[in-house]
Design a protein around this ligand. Structure first.
Ligand code: NAP
Length: 489
Protein backbone atom coordinates (compact mmCIF):
# COMPACT_ATOMS: atom_id res chain seq x y z
CA UNK A 1 0.00 0.00 0.00
CA UNK A 2 1.34 3.46 -0.79
CA UNK A 3 0.23 7.00 -1.47
CA UNK A 4 1.15 8.40 -4.85
CA UNK A 5 2.48 11.96 -5.18
CA UNK A 6 -0.35 14.43 -5.30
CA UNK A 7 -0.93 16.47 -8.42
CA UNK A 8 -3.22 19.46 -8.27
CA UNK A 9 -6.29 18.88 -10.42
CA UNK A 10 -9.04 21.29 -11.33
CA UNK A 11 -12.34 21.18 -13.19
CA UNK A 12 -12.62 22.52 -16.75
CA UNK A 13 -13.17 26.29 -16.91
CA UNK A 14 -16.27 25.74 -19.08
CA UNK A 15 -18.03 23.80 -16.32
CA UNK A 16 -21.41 25.20 -15.27
CA UNK A 17 -21.83 25.87 -11.57
CA UNK A 18 -25.18 27.71 -11.37
CA UNK A 19 -28.68 26.33 -10.92
CA UNK A 20 -30.29 24.92 -14.06
CA UNK A 21 -33.93 25.97 -14.11
CA UNK A 22 -36.23 26.13 -17.13
CA UNK A 23 -33.27 25.77 -19.48
CA UNK A 24 -31.39 28.72 -17.94
CA UNK A 25 -28.30 28.85 -15.75
CA UNK A 26 -29.19 31.02 -12.74
CA UNK A 27 -27.12 32.07 -9.71
CA UNK A 28 -29.99 31.50 -7.27
CA UNK A 29 -31.47 33.77 -4.61
CA UNK A 30 -28.69 33.34 -2.06
CA UNK A 31 -25.47 35.32 -2.35
CA UNK A 32 -23.40 32.57 -0.68
CA UNK A 33 -22.05 29.64 -2.68
CA UNK A 34 -21.37 26.01 -1.75
CA UNK A 35 -17.71 24.91 -1.63
CA UNK A 36 -16.75 21.81 -3.58
CA UNK A 37 -13.61 20.17 -2.19
CA UNK A 38 -11.18 17.67 -3.69
CA UNK A 39 -11.09 14.84 -1.11
CA UNK A 40 -7.64 13.82 -2.37
CA UNK A 41 -6.13 17.10 -1.12
CA UNK A 42 -8.78 18.80 1.03
CA UNK A 43 -8.47 21.82 -1.30
CA UNK A 44 -11.30 23.89 -2.80
CA UNK A 45 -11.89 23.12 -6.48
CA UNK A 46 -15.07 25.09 -7.25
CA UNK A 47 -18.10 26.76 -5.75
CA UNK A 48 -21.67 26.19 -6.90
CA UNK A 49 -24.90 28.14 -6.45
CA UNK A 50 -26.72 27.63 -3.16
CA UNK A 51 -30.41 27.28 -4.01
CA UNK A 52 -33.07 28.59 -1.63
CA UNK A 53 -36.72 27.56 -1.24
CA UNK A 54 -37.74 30.17 -3.88
CA UNK A 55 -35.32 28.60 -6.38
CA UNK A 56 -36.77 25.16 -5.71
CA UNK A 57 -40.27 26.56 -6.31
CA UNK A 58 -39.08 28.11 -9.59
CA UNK A 59 -37.69 24.71 -10.61
CA UNK A 60 -41.04 23.02 -9.85
CA UNK A 61 -42.79 25.81 -11.82
CA UNK A 62 -40.52 25.08 -14.79
CA UNK A 63 -41.05 21.30 -14.52
CA UNK A 64 -44.82 21.75 -14.22
CA UNK A 65 -44.92 24.13 -17.20
CA UNK A 66 -43.04 21.61 -19.37
CA UNK A 67 -45.00 18.56 -18.17
CA UNK A 68 -47.92 18.46 -20.60
CA UNK A 69 -45.79 18.88 -23.73
CA UNK A 70 -43.24 16.30 -22.62
CA UNK A 71 -45.94 13.78 -21.71
CA UNK A 72 -47.45 14.32 -25.18
CA UNK A 73 -44.09 14.00 -26.95
CA UNK A 74 -44.17 10.77 -28.97
CA UNK A 75 -42.39 7.92 -27.15
CA UNK A 76 -40.12 7.44 -30.16
CA UNK A 77 -38.97 11.06 -29.88
CA UNK A 78 -38.35 10.72 -26.13
CA UNK A 79 -36.40 7.55 -26.87
CA UNK A 80 -34.25 9.32 -29.44
CA UNK A 81 -33.36 12.11 -27.03
CA UNK A 82 -32.28 9.53 -24.45
CA UNK A 83 -30.32 7.60 -27.06
CA UNK A 84 -28.54 10.82 -28.00
CA UNK A 85 -27.71 11.39 -24.30
CA UNK A 86 -26.19 7.88 -24.22
CA UNK A 87 -24.06 8.64 -27.25
CA UNK A 88 -22.90 12.02 -25.93
CA UNK A 89 -22.00 10.58 -22.55
CA UNK A 90 -20.16 7.65 -24.06
CA UNK A 91 -18.27 10.03 -26.34
CA UNK A 92 -17.24 12.11 -23.34
CA UNK A 93 -16.62 9.22 -20.99
CA UNK A 94 -13.10 10.26 -20.04
CA UNK A 95 -14.13 13.86 -19.33
CA UNK A 96 -16.90 12.64 -17.00
CA UNK A 97 -14.61 10.10 -15.34
CA UNK A 98 -12.00 12.77 -14.55
CA UNK A 99 -14.66 15.08 -13.13
CA UNK A 100 -16.20 12.34 -10.96
CA UNK A 101 -12.79 11.32 -9.70
CA UNK A 102 -11.94 14.94 -8.87
CA UNK A 103 -15.01 15.79 -6.83
CA UNK A 104 -15.71 12.34 -5.36
CA UNK A 105 -12.16 11.01 -5.01
CA UNK A 106 -12.80 7.57 -6.50
CA UNK A 107 -10.02 5.87 -8.43
CA UNK A 108 -10.18 6.42 -12.19
CA UNK A 109 -10.99 2.78 -13.06
CA UNK A 110 -14.01 3.07 -10.73
CA UNK A 111 -14.96 6.44 -12.25
CA UNK A 112 -14.70 5.02 -15.78
CA UNK A 113 -16.84 2.07 -14.72
CA UNK A 114 -19.41 4.44 -13.26
CA UNK A 115 -19.63 6.50 -16.47
CA UNK A 116 -20.22 3.38 -18.57
CA UNK A 117 -22.88 2.19 -16.09
CA UNK A 118 -24.49 5.65 -15.95
CA UNK A 119 -24.66 6.02 -19.74
CA UNK A 120 -26.26 2.58 -20.02
CA UNK A 121 -29.33 3.86 -18.15
CA UNK A 122 -29.89 6.35 -20.98
CA UNK A 123 -29.63 3.55 -23.56
CA UNK A 124 -31.73 1.07 -21.57
CA UNK A 125 -34.56 3.51 -20.93
CA UNK A 126 -34.47 4.83 -24.51
CA UNK A 127 -35.44 1.25 -25.35
CA UNK A 128 -38.09 1.14 -22.59
CA UNK A 129 -39.72 4.42 -23.69
CA UNK A 130 -41.37 2.69 -26.65
CA UNK A 131 -42.45 -0.37 -24.62
CA UNK A 132 -44.95 1.12 -22.18
CA UNK A 133 -47.54 -1.55 -22.79
CA UNK A 134 -51.00 -1.68 -21.23
CA UNK A 135 -53.61 -4.41 -21.63
CA UNK A 136 -57.25 -5.13 -22.36
CA UNK A 137 -59.12 -7.97 -20.69
CA UNK A 138 -62.74 -9.01 -20.37
CA UNK A 139 -64.11 -8.58 -16.83
CA UNK A 140 -64.68 -12.05 -15.28
CA UNK A 141 -68.41 -11.27 -15.16
CA UNK A 142 -68.41 -10.58 -18.90
CA UNK A 143 -70.07 -7.22 -18.21
CA UNK A 144 -67.35 -4.98 -19.64
CA UNK A 145 -63.77 -4.68 -20.84
CA UNK A 146 -60.96 -3.73 -18.47
CA UNK A 147 -58.65 -1.36 -20.35
CA UNK A 148 -55.39 -0.53 -18.58
CA UNK A 149 -53.00 2.10 -19.84
CA UNK A 150 -49.93 3.64 -18.22
CA UNK A 151 -49.58 7.39 -17.88
CA UNK A 152 -46.68 9.53 -16.60
CA UNK A 153 -47.08 10.09 -12.87
CA UNK A 154 -46.23 13.81 -13.06
CA UNK A 155 -43.48 16.11 -11.82
CA UNK A 156 -40.75 14.10 -10.07
CA UNK A 157 -38.25 15.25 -7.44
CA UNK A 158 -35.04 13.22 -7.68
CA UNK A 159 -32.53 13.23 -4.82
CA UNK A 160 -29.11 11.62 -5.20
CA UNK A 161 -26.09 10.86 -2.98
CA UNK A 162 -22.40 11.66 -3.58
CA UNK A 163 -21.06 8.12 -3.99
CA UNK A 164 -22.16 7.64 -7.64
CA UNK A 165 -22.76 11.23 -8.79
CA UNK A 166 -23.48 10.22 -12.41
CA UNK A 167 -25.10 6.79 -12.15
CA UNK A 168 -27.54 7.61 -9.36
CA UNK A 169 -28.73 10.60 -11.41
CA UNK A 170 -29.13 8.75 -14.73
CA UNK A 171 -30.83 5.81 -12.98
CA UNK A 172 -33.63 8.27 -12.11
CA UNK A 173 -33.57 10.86 -14.92
CA UNK A 174 -33.63 8.26 -17.72
CA UNK A 175 -36.77 6.35 -16.57
CA UNK A 176 -38.51 9.61 -15.60
CA UNK A 177 -37.98 11.04 -19.08
CA UNK A 178 -38.80 7.76 -20.81
CA UNK A 179 -42.09 7.63 -18.91
CA UNK A 180 -42.94 11.19 -19.95
CA UNK A 181 -42.27 12.89 -16.59
CA UNK A 182 -40.44 16.15 -16.00
CA UNK A 183 -38.14 16.47 -13.00
CA UNK A 184 -36.06 18.46 -10.55
CA UNK A 185 -32.76 16.86 -9.55
CA UNK A 186 -31.20 17.74 -6.20
CA UNK A 187 -27.69 16.26 -6.19
CA UNK A 188 -25.52 15.84 -3.09
CA UNK A 189 -23.71 18.98 -1.97
CA UNK A 190 -20.33 17.18 -2.11
CA UNK A 191 -20.59 16.23 -5.81
CA UNK A 192 -22.70 18.80 -7.72
CA UNK A 193 -20.32 19.31 -10.66
CA UNK A 194 -21.18 16.00 -12.34
CA UNK A 195 -24.90 16.84 -12.07
CA UNK A 196 -24.41 20.19 -13.80
CA UNK A 197 -22.29 18.56 -16.51
CA UNK A 198 -25.13 16.09 -17.00
CA UNK A 199 -27.71 18.89 -17.30
CA UNK A 200 -25.62 20.56 -20.02
CA UNK A 201 -25.32 17.21 -21.82
CA UNK A 202 -29.08 16.62 -21.67
CA UNK A 203 -29.75 20.08 -23.11
CA UNK A 204 -27.39 19.24 -25.97
CA UNK A 205 -29.17 15.90 -26.47
CA UNK A 206 -32.39 17.81 -27.14
CA UNK A 207 -34.19 17.70 -23.78
CA UNK A 208 -36.61 20.65 -23.91
CA UNK A 209 -36.39 23.51 -21.41
CA UNK A 210 -37.93 22.72 -18.04
CA UNK A 211 -37.99 18.94 -18.51
CA UNK A 212 -34.86 18.50 -16.38
CA UNK A 213 -33.94 21.07 -13.71
CA UNK A 214 -31.03 20.92 -11.26
CA UNK A 215 -30.98 22.67 -7.88
CA UNK A 216 -28.06 22.49 -5.45
CA UNK A 217 -28.52 23.70 -1.89
CA UNK A 218 -26.86 23.85 1.51
CA UNK A 219 -30.28 23.40 3.16
CA UNK A 220 -31.65 20.16 1.70
CA UNK A 221 -34.28 19.71 4.41
CA UNK A 222 -36.20 22.91 3.76
CA UNK A 223 -35.66 22.96 0.00
CA UNK A 224 -36.83 19.37 -0.50
CA UNK A 225 -39.74 19.81 1.93
CA UNK A 226 -40.95 22.83 -0.05
CA UNK A 227 -40.94 20.80 -3.27
CA UNK A 228 -42.65 17.83 -1.63
CA UNK A 229 -45.38 20.10 -0.25
CA UNK A 230 -46.20 21.36 -3.75
CA UNK A 231 -49.27 19.44 -4.97
CA UNK A 232 -47.92 19.49 -8.55
CA UNK A 233 -45.08 17.21 -7.44
CA UNK A 234 -46.34 13.60 -7.65
CA UNK A 235 -43.15 11.56 -7.28
CA UNK A 236 -40.17 11.44 -4.96
CA UNK A 237 -37.30 9.21 -6.00
CA UNK A 238 -34.58 9.19 -3.35
CA UNK A 239 -31.24 7.46 -3.07
CA UNK A 240 -29.36 7.95 0.17
CA UNK A 241 -29.21 6.89 3.78
CA UNK A 242 -32.00 5.05 5.56
CA UNK A 243 -32.14 7.84 8.16
CA UNK A 244 -32.89 10.57 5.61
CA UNK A 245 -35.22 8.17 3.80
CA UNK A 246 -37.30 7.83 6.97
CA UNK A 247 -37.57 11.63 7.31
CA UNK A 248 -38.70 11.94 3.70
CA UNK A 249 -41.26 9.13 4.00
CA UNK A 250 -42.80 10.94 6.98
CA UNK A 251 -42.95 14.17 4.97
CA UNK A 252 -44.45 12.37 1.98
CA UNK A 253 -47.50 11.47 4.04
CA UNK A 254 -48.75 15.07 3.91
CA UNK A 255 -49.39 14.99 0.16
CA UNK A 256 -49.59 11.17 -0.14
CA UNK A 257 -46.61 11.38 -2.44
CA UNK A 258 -45.49 8.29 -4.38
CA UNK A 259 -42.02 7.35 -3.11
CA UNK A 260 -39.23 5.19 -4.49
CA UNK A 261 -36.48 4.71 -1.94
CA UNK A 262 -33.00 3.30 -2.51
CA UNK A 263 -31.51 3.32 0.99
CA UNK A 264 -28.61 1.97 2.97
CA UNK A 265 -27.23 -1.56 3.11
CA UNK A 266 -25.27 -3.91 5.36
CA UNK A 267 -24.35 -6.59 2.83
CA UNK A 268 -23.19 -9.99 4.10
CA UNK A 269 -20.58 -11.87 2.04
CA UNK A 270 -20.80 -15.61 2.80
CA UNK A 271 -18.05 -18.02 1.79
CA UNK A 272 -18.62 -21.77 2.22
CA UNK A 273 -15.82 -24.33 2.61
CA UNK A 274 -16.43 -25.68 -0.89
CA UNK A 275 -16.05 -22.28 -2.60
CA UNK A 276 -13.41 -21.69 -5.25
CA UNK A 277 -11.00 -19.70 -3.06
CA UNK A 278 -9.53 -17.55 -5.85
CA UNK A 279 -12.99 -16.75 -7.22
CA UNK A 280 -14.18 -15.86 -3.69
CA UNK A 281 -11.18 -13.58 -3.18
CA UNK A 282 -11.71 -11.89 -6.56
CA UNK A 283 -15.37 -11.42 -5.66
CA UNK A 284 -14.51 -10.13 -2.18
CA UNK A 285 -12.17 -7.50 -3.61
CA UNK A 286 -14.82 -6.38 -6.07
CA UNK A 287 -17.69 -6.40 -3.57
CA UNK A 288 -15.64 -4.60 -0.91
CA UNK A 289 -13.36 -2.30 -2.86
CA UNK A 290 -15.38 -1.12 -5.86
CA UNK A 291 -15.63 2.62 -5.23
CA UNK A 292 -13.23 2.25 -2.29
CA UNK A 293 -15.99 0.64 -0.25
CA UNK A 294 -18.26 3.68 -0.66
CA UNK A 295 -21.16 1.77 -2.22
CA UNK A 296 -24.55 0.79 -0.83
CA UNK A 297 -23.80 -2.65 -2.30
CA UNK A 298 -20.39 -2.86 -0.60
CA UNK A 299 -19.82 -6.09 1.33
CA UNK A 300 -20.00 -4.92 4.94
CA UNK A 301 -19.57 -8.23 6.83
CA UNK A 302 -17.68 -11.32 5.71
CA UNK A 303 -18.84 -14.70 7.06
CA UNK A 304 -16.36 -17.45 6.18
CA UNK A 305 -16.77 -21.15 7.04
CA UNK A 306 -14.16 -22.68 9.37
CA UNK A 307 -12.48 -24.98 6.82
CA UNK A 308 -11.49 -22.11 4.51
CA UNK A 309 -11.31 -19.26 7.05
CA UNK A 310 -7.52 -19.01 7.56
CA UNK A 311 -6.72 -19.22 3.85
CA UNK A 312 -9.41 -16.68 2.98
CA UNK A 313 -8.25 -14.15 5.59
CA UNK A 314 -4.62 -14.51 4.60
CA UNK A 315 -5.38 -14.10 0.86
CA UNK A 316 -7.74 -11.21 1.49
CA UNK A 317 -5.26 -9.33 3.71
CA UNK A 318 -2.52 -9.83 1.13
CA UNK A 319 -4.65 -8.44 -1.69
CA UNK A 320 -5.99 -5.54 0.38
CA UNK A 321 -2.48 -4.63 1.59
CA UNK A 322 -1.16 -4.58 -1.99
CA UNK A 323 -3.66 -1.94 -3.16
CA UNK A 324 -2.20 1.37 -4.24
CA UNK A 325 -3.82 4.18 -2.27
CA UNK A 326 -3.71 7.73 -3.61
CA UNK A 327 -5.56 10.58 -5.30
CA UNK A 328 -8.35 9.13 -7.40
CA UNK A 329 -7.18 10.87 -10.56
CA UNK A 330 -3.64 9.41 -10.47
CA UNK A 331 -3.59 6.59 -13.02
CA UNK A 332 -1.84 4.19 -10.64
CA UNK A 333 -4.40 4.58 -7.84
CA UNK A 334 -6.63 1.64 -6.96
CA UNK A 335 -8.17 3.07 -3.78
CA UNK A 336 -8.88 6.80 -3.50
CA UNK A 337 -9.71 8.91 -0.45
CA UNK A 338 -13.02 8.76 1.40
CA UNK A 339 -15.41 11.64 0.84
CA UNK A 340 -14.98 13.88 3.92
CA UNK A 341 -13.05 14.20 7.19
CA UNK A 342 -16.28 13.17 8.98
CA UNK A 343 -16.42 9.92 6.98
CA UNK A 344 -12.75 9.25 7.81
CA UNK A 345 -13.46 9.78 11.50
CA UNK A 346 -16.52 7.52 11.46
CA UNK A 347 -14.68 4.68 9.70
CA UNK A 348 -11.83 4.87 12.19
CA UNK A 349 -14.25 4.93 15.14
CA UNK A 350 -15.85 1.69 13.84
CA UNK A 351 -12.42 0.06 13.50
CA UNK A 352 -11.24 1.17 16.96
CA UNK A 353 -14.52 -0.02 18.53
CA UNK A 354 -14.00 -3.49 16.97
CA UNK A 355 -10.34 -3.60 18.03
CA UNK A 356 -11.38 -2.59 21.55
CA UNK A 357 -13.67 -5.62 21.57
CA UNK A 358 -10.93 -8.02 20.58
CA UNK A 359 -10.78 -7.84 16.75
CA UNK A 360 -7.36 -8.51 15.24
CA UNK A 361 -6.03 -6.07 12.59
CA UNK A 362 -4.65 -8.15 9.72
CA UNK A 363 -3.75 -5.13 7.56
CA UNK A 364 -4.40 -1.36 7.70
CA UNK A 365 -6.25 -0.15 10.78
CA UNK A 366 -5.70 3.58 11.08
CA UNK A 367 -6.02 6.72 8.88
CA UNK A 368 -3.01 7.68 6.78
CA UNK A 369 -1.19 10.72 8.13
CA UNK A 370 -1.24 13.13 5.18
CA UNK A 371 -3.38 15.68 3.31
CA UNK A 372 -6.67 14.40 1.94
CA UNK A 373 -8.93 11.86 3.60
CA UNK A 374 -7.20 8.52 3.24
CA UNK A 375 -8.01 5.28 5.06
CA UNK A 376 -5.97 2.24 4.02
CA UNK A 377 -7.61 -1.02 2.94
CA UNK A 378 -8.15 -2.84 6.24
CA UNK A 379 -8.99 -6.42 7.20
CA UNK A 380 -10.17 -7.29 10.71
CA UNK A 381 -10.56 -10.88 11.95
CA UNK A 382 -12.39 -12.19 15.00
CA UNK A 383 -14.90 -9.35 15.19
CA UNK A 384 -17.70 -9.88 17.76
CA UNK A 385 -21.25 -9.98 16.35
CA UNK A 386 -22.37 -6.99 18.38
CA UNK A 387 -19.48 -4.70 17.39
CA UNK A 388 -20.80 -1.53 15.72
CA UNK A 389 -18.93 -2.36 12.50
CA UNK A 390 -21.10 -5.46 11.99
CA UNK A 391 -24.31 -3.47 12.33
CA UNK A 392 -23.63 -0.09 10.68
CA UNK A 393 -22.69 0.81 7.12
CA UNK A 394 -18.90 1.20 7.06
CA UNK A 395 -18.82 3.04 3.71
CA UNK A 396 -15.05 2.69 3.49
CA UNK A 397 -12.27 0.21 2.68
CA UNK A 398 -12.62 -1.91 5.81
CA UNK A 399 -13.58 -5.60 5.92
CA UNK A 400 -14.52 -7.40 9.15
CA UNK A 401 -14.26 -11.20 8.75
CA UNK A 402 -16.07 -13.65 11.03
CA UNK A 403 -15.91 -17.46 11.19
CA UNK A 404 -19.01 -19.68 11.00
CA UNK A 405 -19.67 -23.42 11.17
CA UNK A 406 -23.11 -24.24 9.67
CA UNK A 407 -25.31 -23.03 6.82
CA UNK A 408 -28.11 -22.17 9.27
CA UNK A 409 -25.71 -20.09 11.36
CA UNK A 410 -24.58 -18.12 8.28
CA UNK A 411 -28.16 -17.44 7.16
CA UNK A 412 -29.21 -16.32 10.65
CA UNK A 413 -26.20 -13.98 10.92
CA UNK A 414 -26.82 -12.57 7.42
CA UNK A 415 -30.45 -11.81 8.27
CA UNK A 416 -29.67 -10.25 11.67
CA UNK A 417 -29.98 -6.66 10.39
CA UNK A 418 -32.64 -4.07 9.58
CA UNK A 419 -31.14 -3.80 6.07
CA UNK A 420 -31.75 -6.05 3.07
CA UNK A 421 -30.16 -4.61 -0.07
CA UNK A 422 -27.77 -7.26 -1.35
CA UNK A 423 -25.94 -10.37 -0.17
CA UNK A 424 -23.08 -12.36 -1.71
CA UNK A 425 -22.78 -16.15 -1.55
CA UNK A 426 -19.81 -18.26 -2.65
CA UNK A 427 -20.13 -22.04 -2.98
CA UNK A 428 -19.50 -24.64 -5.69
CA UNK A 429 -22.73 -26.43 -4.68
CA UNK A 430 -25.39 -24.76 -6.82
CA UNK A 431 -28.26 -26.31 -4.86
CA UNK A 432 -26.88 -24.83 -1.66
CA UNK A 433 -26.21 -21.52 -3.41
CA UNK A 434 -29.83 -21.23 -4.54
CA UNK A 435 -31.21 -22.46 -1.20
CA UNK A 436 -29.21 -19.84 0.71
CA UNK A 437 -30.08 -17.16 -1.88
CA UNK A 438 -33.77 -17.84 -1.26
CA UNK A 439 -33.42 -17.67 2.52
CA UNK A 440 -31.28 -14.56 2.81
CA UNK A 441 -33.46 -11.47 3.18
CA UNK A 442 -32.14 -9.18 0.44
CA UNK A 443 -33.47 -7.64 -2.76
CA UNK A 444 -30.41 -8.84 -4.69
CA UNK A 445 -27.95 -11.73 -4.44
CA UNK A 446 -24.51 -12.10 -5.99
CA UNK A 447 -24.19 -15.89 -6.27
CA UNK A 448 -20.52 -16.55 -7.03
CA UNK A 449 -20.43 -12.93 -8.27
CA UNK A 450 -18.94 -9.90 -6.51
CA UNK A 451 -21.01 -7.44 -8.50
CA UNK A 452 -24.69 -7.46 -9.45
CA UNK A 453 -25.54 -3.93 -10.69
CA UNK A 454 -26.92 -3.91 -14.23
CA UNK A 455 -29.30 -1.39 -15.86
CA UNK A 456 -31.26 -4.36 -17.26
CA UNK A 457 -31.86 -5.85 -13.77
CA UNK A 458 -34.19 -4.66 -10.99
CA UNK A 459 -32.00 -2.94 -8.39
CA UNK A 460 -33.40 -2.41 -4.90
CA UNK A 461 -33.72 -3.60 -1.36
CA UNK A 462 -36.13 -5.20 1.09
CA UNK A 463 -36.65 -4.37 4.78
CA UNK A 464 -35.23 -0.90 5.58
CA UNK A 465 -33.04 -0.81 2.46
CA UNK A 466 -35.81 0.62 0.36
CA UNK A 467 -39.05 0.65 -1.56
CA UNK A 468 -39.35 0.02 -5.28
CA UNK A 469 -36.81 -0.91 -7.92
CA UNK A 470 -34.56 0.96 -10.36
CA UNK A 471 -33.43 -0.35 -13.73
CA UNK A 472 -35.05 -3.13 -15.78
CA UNK A 473 -38.70 -2.67 -16.81
CA UNK A 474 -39.49 -2.15 -13.11
CA UNK A 475 -37.63 1.18 -13.17
CA UNK A 476 -39.98 2.87 -15.61
CA UNK A 477 -43.06 1.62 -13.74
CA UNK A 478 -41.99 3.77 -10.76
CA UNK A 479 -42.74 6.83 -12.90
CA UNK A 480 -46.04 5.60 -14.34
CA UNK A 481 -49.59 5.28 -12.99
CA UNK A 482 -51.95 2.56 -14.17
CA UNK A 483 -55.19 4.05 -15.53
CA UNK A 484 -58.12 1.61 -15.64
CA UNK A 485 -60.98 2.36 -18.01
CA UNK A 486 -64.12 0.22 -17.66
CA UNK A 487 -65.85 0.19 -21.02
CA UNK A 488 -67.89 -1.68 -23.57
CA UNK A 489 -68.21 -1.39 -27.30
P1 NAP B 1 -27.66 11.09 2.66
O1 NAP B 1 -26.95 11.84 3.71
O2 NAP B 1 -28.92 10.41 3.01
O3 NAP B 1 -27.89 12.10 1.46
C1 NAP B 1 -28.50 11.72 0.26
C2 NAP B 1 -29.12 12.93 -0.39
O4 NAP B 1 -30.16 13.41 0.46
C3 NAP B 1 -28.17 14.11 -0.59
O5 NAP B 1 -28.51 14.76 -1.78
C4 NAP B 1 -28.47 14.97 0.62
O6 NAP B 1 -28.15 16.32 0.44
C5 NAP B 1 -29.96 14.79 0.73
N1 NAP B 1 -30.50 15.10 2.06
C6 NAP B 1 -29.86 15.10 3.25
N2 NAP B 1 -30.70 15.44 4.23
C7 NAP B 1 -31.91 15.66 3.65
C8 NAP B 1 -33.19 16.06 4.13
N3 NAP B 1 -33.42 16.26 5.43
N4 NAP B 1 -34.19 16.19 3.26
C9 NAP B 1 -33.97 15.96 1.95
N5 NAP B 1 -32.80 15.61 1.42
C10 NAP B 1 -31.77 15.45 2.26
O7 NAP B 1 -26.72 9.96 2.02
P2 NAP B 1 -25.26 10.11 1.47
O8 NAP B 1 -24.33 10.18 2.62
O9 NAP B 1 -25.17 11.19 0.44
O10 NAP B 1 -25.09 8.74 0.69
C11 NAP B 1 -24.73 7.58 1.31
C12 NAP B 1 -25.96 6.72 1.59
O11 NAP B 1 -26.66 6.47 0.39
C13 NAP B 1 -25.59 5.37 2.14
O12 NAP B 1 -26.47 5.03 3.19
C14 NAP B 1 -25.80 4.44 0.95
O13 NAP B 1 -26.05 3.10 1.28
C15 NAP B 1 -26.95 5.08 0.28
N6 NAP B 1 -27.02 4.65 -1.12
C16 NAP B 1 -28.00 3.77 -1.48
C17 NAP B 1 -28.06 3.32 -2.79
C18 NAP B 1 -29.12 2.35 -3.21
O14 NAP B 1 -29.32 2.21 -4.40
N7 NAP B 1 -29.81 1.68 -2.30
C19 NAP B 1 -27.14 3.79 -3.73
C20 NAP B 1 -26.17 4.68 -3.33
C21 NAP B 1 -26.12 5.12 -2.02
P3 NAP B 1 -26.76 16.90 1.03
O15 NAP B 1 -25.70 16.33 0.20
O16 NAP B 1 -26.87 18.36 0.88
O17 NAP B 1 -26.68 16.47 2.46
Amino acid sequence: MSVASQKVAEPAASLKTDLYIGGQWLPGRRAERIDVVDPSTGKLIATVADGAVEDARAAVDAAAAAAADWAATPPRRRAEVLRKAFELMTGRAEEFAQLISLENGKALPDARGEVAYAAEFFRWFSEEAVRIIGDITMAPSGANRIVVQYQPIGVAVLITPWNFPAAMATRKIAPALAAGCTCVLKPAAETPLTAFAMAALLEEAGVPKGVVNVVTTSTPGEVVSAMMADPRVRKLSFTGSTNVGRILLRGAADTVLSCSMELGGNAPFIVFDDADLDAALDGAMLAKMRNGGEACTAANRFYVQSGIFERFVEGFARRMGAMKVGPGYDEATQCGPVITPAALKKIDALVQDAVGQGAEVKVGGKPLDQDGYFYPPTVLAGVPADARIMNEEIFGPVAPVVRFETEEEAIAAANDTEYGLIAYVYTRDLARGLRVSEKVEAGMIGLNRGIASDPAAPFGGVKQSGLGREGAHHGILEFLEAKYIATNW
